[in-house]
Design a protein around this ligand. Sequence first.
Ligand code: AHR
Length: 500
Amino acid sequence: MKKAKLIINKDFKIGQIDKRLYGSFIEHLGRAVYGGIYEPTHPTADSEGFRQDVLDLVKELNVPIVRYPGGNFVSGYNWEDGVGPKELRPKKMDLAWSSIEPNYVGTNEFASWAKKANSEVMMAVNLGTRDGDAARNLVEYCNVKEGTYWSDLRISHGIKEPHNIKVWCLGNEMDGPWQMGAKTAYEYGRTACEAAKLMKWTDPSIELVACGSSTYYMSTFAEWESIVLSETYDHVDYLSLHMYFNNHKDYLPDFVAESIDFDKFIKSVVSICDYVKAKKKSNKQINLSFDEWNVWYHSCEQDKSVPRWQVAPPLLEDVYTFEDAILVGCLLINLIKNCERVKIACLAQLVNVIAPIMTENGGDAWRQTIYYPFMHASNYGRGVALIPNIESDKYDGRKYKDVPYLEAIATVNEENDELTIFAVNRCPGEELLLEATLGGFSGYKVTEHISLYGFDPKERNTKDLRKVKPSTLSGSTEVDKELLKSKLPPLSWNVIRMKK
Ligand code: AHR
């Protein structure tokens, strides 16, 4: 049996977890919108055409903010195409995904869906083919109450009250050559700065996210962040990070250790933000928005043969495995560990497109394997994150060396006196004996030990078979005063819930 120690103390805090850490993302891509959240002919559709079965699953995930409408899509999007009478809306070529966009769903419909999902909208503007002018008009359309051209247009579209959208993304992945209107760091920095000024002059209460690199592995990474922030610093609030993981080498020990690079990426971006802060002798802190993260690789090959120029083709429909859920658990733990600076994060995406929820057009909706760690973290990982001192047995992979078998974090929700430990045992062959010292938590008792475990790493949930789901372990965890002992099953995601 492998062994690990965790020491936490009630007074040693990382910081408050911003609930927006458990955000997600809906792009006009594949079947995320059409056949995902919206399908007027579906038996569960409501009067606006939204699938209730999907909404129920989204609500279970407790997603406080959803980024929209892209993604690469937004860099060619004219938001005006998606408002007003549906019969007058144009069908457009979406050059990002070689698809046809019918514009049945646009800003107002999505805002209405988000409200039904108990979520806020995180709106991205097009800084690819457009600029600050279209962006500030959209802010006016969404957030100004009345009495101006764009706010009155919204009212004429039947939406009396403003949407009051708080968080706005200044474009998407503008460093990527695949992006419509891609820019150099300096070009983007200037465009984003001028757009930011107009948007905040229109509504000073909004918060803005500038684009960081598309991934840690871009050759322009770090230089890009530094230049973009140098140009935008006083006008933006967050810098974005994006990162997806693949498992092309199909080597489990390295795959479940990919969270090491995820953490390195976050820490590097924090350093760059603080470097620019120092350079500018500023008192302002830029925080991070990790607004695209997930596993993405299963669908890449099949997507090459999907015919182009269809409405809602089945794109990026990754069917996730049990091992993917373990990595997603590790990534969630690392987001919580970095909650002092990561204030927003969006699991990309939410429905059908690299998503925790899958649907069949006209049929069922179901939970993928990665649904569960996200649901647990989002529901139980609220409150304050505590500093995790970890001593664990380790292993060497091919890419990563000295990898601890234990990945863990503890959160305390002072509102309801709940302490939760999220823990992954990365070892596929053996249990991990966890001994945790819970400083300042005497009197807390285990209420539940939930575990996702016991499946073949390649096991998936599909339309016909959905075996991968968590179970409650009994007798595996005990607490005596401030000492917790728990047996974490081989290759498992664990949620140990305690209450005073
Ligand atoms: O989430 C899928 C795509 O990944 C997004 O459109 C883009 O921003 C990223 O490259």
